[in-house]
Ligand binder design. Structure first.
Ligand SMILES: [Zn+2]
Length: 73
């Protein structure tokens, strides 16, 4: 594990949002949060999980909550 100060690059993986992997352009779908996190940990060299939390969108009454992970290398 690197110290946090040694991290040179981070990526954000968020549930509910689909986007292409910035490393290899593999499509990371919005319905597969864990798989998307695993993609960086397993398919790309050097990434480690730095933080996992929740992102909220919308107004309080109908807010939606999505998992969010920060990975770095
Ligand atoms: Zn990738």
């Amino acid at each position: 594990m690197k110290d946090i100060g040694e991290i040179k690059h981070i990526v954000e993986v968020s549930g509910g949002i689909g986007r292409a992997c910035e490393e290899c352009s593999t499509w990371l779908g919005s319905d597969s949060f864990a798989r998307n996190v695993n993609h960086f940990l397993q398919d790309h060299e050097g990434y480690q999980l730095l933080s996992v939390g929740t992102r909220s969108t919308g107004e309080e009454s109908d807010a939606m909550h999505f998992p969010i992970a920060i990975l770095g290398k």
